[in-house]
Design a protein. Structure first.
Length: 293
């Protein structure tokens, strides 16, 4: 029996050695995998950075190419049409701007032709000044149902859509608002999309924090409506399109700087009720007293 017991112990020792070796192999494999994952993460970060740089370069190139361009909607389309002469005549007659064909680098339609529909027209001007003065006076073409806009990049078009939403919100509050290129002008003040989105984010995060009366702007003697503000980028203390933004932003900043300190102080001063322990408090276990024998 002693021999059998010795053999059994040897078998167990051998199994333990094999298990130990397996564990070592597994740990080595895990370390290699972690290293491989870390290398892949670094490669992904590099690729993301390169991708962002390429996007910025592409956007810059597109903006440069489109800088002197306008898009015209509503010019009737016909076979053997002379777009150059027709466009020059349109601008001279309706806008009173004395341009000639020498002011145009190129003019052409974009998109696939469809029966009964006129495709948009791209106009490439020699000088940006000519483009801007035509854009500025393009409102005069409403009577002939022709629209002239800036030739925007895909990114700029997306920004325009978002700006339009903010424009509608401003007009719903009876503010004097309009879009000028990539900015929203409210009562003469210019605001970027980033500024407007930051203001909207602060409003959403602080919903319920402000008092019920804080949404009602006060006006005296039928004065002009106030302009929008955000403490992030638009430092305009007197403007109050969103009168609660300043108060809410200050509260957020205070929370960010003192949140941890506040929670620690509350945890120290709080007396937890029996049978419940606060998730934010730190519970210290006391060592029971040693009984004297």
């Amino acid at each position: 029996m002693g021999a059998n017991g010795q053999a059994s112990n040897n078998d167990l020792l051998q199994i333990l050695r094999e298990l130990r070796d397996d564990v070592k192999d597994i740990k080595c494999n895990l370390a290699e995998q972690k290293q491989h994952i870390a290398e892949l993460d670094n490669k992904v970060l590099v690729l993301q950075s390169e991708n962002e740089n390429l996007k910025r370069q592409l956007e810059f190139t597109q903006q440069k190419l489109k800088k002197n361009n306008d898009i015209i909607f509503g010019i009737p389309e016909s076979i053997n049409q002379n777009l150059q002469d027709e466009f020059v005549h349109l601008i001279q007659t309706n806008l009173g701007i004395p341009i000639t064909t020498n002011d145009l680098n190129d003019i052409y339609r974009i998109g696939q032709a469809k029966t009964g529909q006129s495709r948009p027209v791209i106009v490439e001007f020699v000088r940006n000044f000519t483009k801007q003065i035509i854009i500025k006076n393009s409102f005069k073409l409403k009577q002939v149902k022709i629209i002239i806009t800036n030739d925007l990049t895909p990114k700029e078009r997306e920004e325009q859509k978002k700006l339009y939403k903010h424009l509608q919100e401003a007009k719903a509050k009876n503010y004097n608002a309009k879009i000028s290129y990539n900015k929203l002008i409210v009562n003469g003040e210019r605001y970027t999309l980033k500024q407007l989105e930051e203001t909207a984010k602060i409003e959403e995060l602080t919903d319920g924090v402000r008092s019920p009366q804080s949404d009602i702007p006060t006006r005296k003697n039928n004065s002009a409506p106030p302009t929008p503000t955000t403490s992030v980028d638009i430092v305009s203390e007197e403007s109050s399109e969103f009168p609660h933004v300043k108060e809410a932003t200050q509260k957020l900043e205070k929370l960010e700087s003192n949140e941890r300190k506040t929670f620690v102080n509350e945890a120290r001063n709080r007396k937890p009720s029996q049978g419940s322990i606060s998730t934010r408090s730190t519970v210290k276990l006391q060592t029971p007293p040693v009984r004297k024998q």
